[in-house]
Design a protein around this ligand. Structure first.
Ligand code: EPU
Length: 506
């Protein structure tokens, strides 16, 4: 039997694919490719893979996917996780009850609810609606056990400081995708007049003076950090005077937060541009607000269509939020057409063209879609370079995709992907949220069965992904397993006769 997974384009004349047809362009790419072709030698497979076993997961869930099924139909996009989390923190600014609608049911949202509850905030879920009442806020100290689980929970520092004049939040620490410091948040709060001390891993911020009110200031961010922009925007809503945030993040979630704060009576201009101006008010009031659709979930489904060569309607979306993602799909030969005001339809092409991608702050290509596009590019005709510039450690999916027969090498923050004709199902482990999505996508396209462990990552950010994909025709289900995480033995897996080559030069 031909082992397609170990084959390069050009090796199989019957497929009519050749390197000569590849879409190779650009100086850096040429240098990389030349260098890498010179180094081209198979490396004996050695599963030197990250151990992400957590003791809490002795009884792990595994997702089994039988690849190669065409998908069809329409898929519903949930509310945006990263909006929901920060808007929940934003509700702490308000001394009255607020309602957030279109809130996805996710582990991260539950964790944020627990953090708010620990601060004395009442949080109640009614369907996709969260009713948050921070009139009863009684604590300025967030518990470490919860903050360490969810980086976004650090963002409550801004609202707490604005409301109470004091906040004690543990440093969130690094995570699987990078160190993720909070220096920009802290320096911005200091510019707003807060005293900040960091002791024993706790950030203790307070405002001096009689009314304990932050003071408006002009803040320049060294980097357009999403979280820092959000923290400072929230803190400034109740500050005395005007605040300007220069080099602010322009992500749609920042605009969503600004709109929610405005619905509560905040005075914010310029959200969505690189300069945001906030005129402080003394008090916010109740609001009922609906969260935007999740652009990363939508993008993931567009890639699902492209990778399985299936036509799928994805809605609701705000098409403008997907500009970079759609442009890259089009560069790969995949058509994406708008349908109505809130839908996009992916119309696949049989051949995926290679393309280069660099992750950037919005409106650049989102880092949260990098792993999913890498899965798609593993099956492209030619070689591509993905450069991850936002997080320093967001290529954990590379060894896992390689297990499935992908040909990817890492050079610093660049991944060089040579398209292969086919992936083969294999046991793999998700190392972070978006890596989990990439593995699901690869599994949908692969030959045979893929089993994915590390599903706790996926459950943080994708609402009902299995049932949504099943409805489209995917063959997948989740099983409980007593197997230890990272135990790759899987008799039922259709593996190639030789282990796949792992061409990873790190
Ligand atoms: N950074 C600093 N100092 C800071 C803040 C950030 O050096 O004080 C660095 C980070 O270490 C990183 C870069 O700036 O290298 C970008 O970080 P940013 O602050 O923009 O990201 P974030 O607010 O921590 C949010 C999303 C991420 C998404 C990024 C970038 C939430 C809860 N998280 O993180 O979402 O990747 O923006 O768009 O909003 C995900 O959903 O999978 C995810 C990781």
């Amino acid at each position: 039997m031909t082992n397609h997974a170990n084959m390069r384009w050009g090796e199989n004349d019957k497929l009519g694919k050749s390197w000569d047809n590849c879409n190779v362009s650009g100086k850096i790419k040429t240098e990389f490719v030349t260098q890498l072709i010179a180094e081209d030698r198979p490396i004996t497979f050695s599963p030197n893979l990250p151990n992400v076993h957590s003791p809490a997961e002795e009884n792990v869930s595994i997702l089994e996917i039988w690849g190669g099924q065409p998908l069809s139909g329409q898929v519903n996009v949930s509310g945006a996780k990263n909006s929901a989390l920060v808007l929940m923190a934003g509700a702490v600014l308000c001394p009255e009850e607020c309602s957030l609608r279109n809130v996805p049911s996710l582990v991260d949202v539950s964790c944020m609810s627990e953090i708010l509850a620990a601060l004395g905030v009442k949080v109640k879920r009614e369907g996709d609606r969260l009713v948050i009442n921070a009139s009863t806020i009684g604590q300025s100290k967030a518990p470490y056990e919860l903050v360490s689980q969810l980086r976004a929970s650090f963002f409550v520092i801004g609202p707490l400081l604005a409301r109470l004049g004091v906040a004690r939040i543990p440093l969130p620490g690094g995570c699987a995708i990078g160190a993720r410091p909070v220096d920009l948040h802290v320096r911005g709060l200091q510019a707003l007049g807060a005293e900040v001390q960091i002791d024993h891993g706790i950030v203790y911020a307070y405002v001096t003076g009689v009314n304990k009110r932050l003071k408006g200031a002009k803040i320049y961010l060294d980097y357009p950090s999403v979280g820092a922009t959000e923290t400072l925007m929230m803190a400034a809503t109740l500050a005395d005077g005007e605040t300007t945030i220069e080099n602010a993040a322009q992500e749609p979630e920042v605009i969503d937060l600004a709109n929610f704060c405005r619905a509560m009576g905040a005075k914010i201009r310029g959200a969505g541009t690189n300069t945001i101006t906030i005129s402080g008010v003394s008090r916010l009031h109740t609001a009922d607000y609906s969260i935007i659709p999740d652009r990363v979930e939508a993008g993931t489904f567009l890639v699902a269509g492209a990778i399985t060569r299936s036509e799928i309607l994805v809605s609701p979306v705000i098409p403008d939020h997907l500009t970079a993602v759609i442009a890259k799909l089009q560069a790969m030969g995949v058509q994406v057409v708008k349908e109505g005001s809130h839908g996009v339809r992916v119309i696949p092409s049989q051949n995926i063209l290679a393309t280069d991608i660099e992750t950037l702050p919005y409106p650049g290509f989102p880092t949260d879609m990098q792993a999913q596009f890498m899965a798609l590019l593993t099956l492209s005709e030619g070689d591509s370079i993905i450069s991850e510039t936002v997080f320093e450690n967001r290529l954990g999916h590379v060894p896992e995709l390689s297990r499935m027969g992908a040909d990817i090498r890492i050079k610093g923050n660049h991944a060089i992907i040579r398209g292969v004709p086919m992936l083969s199902g294999a046991p793999v482990v998700a190392t972070d949220l978006r890596a989990s999505a990439a593995l699901v996508l690869a599994g949908l396209a692969a030959n045979g069965k893929t089993t994915i462990q590390g599903l706790h990552h996926m459950d943080r950010g994708y609402e009902q992904i299995e049932s949504k994909l099943q409805k489209l025709g995917a063959r997948m289900h989740r099983i409980k397993s007593d197997a230890k995480l990272d135990d790759r033995s899987n008799d039922a897996v259709v593996l190639p006769s030789k282990p796949p080559m792992l061409n990873q030069h790190s």
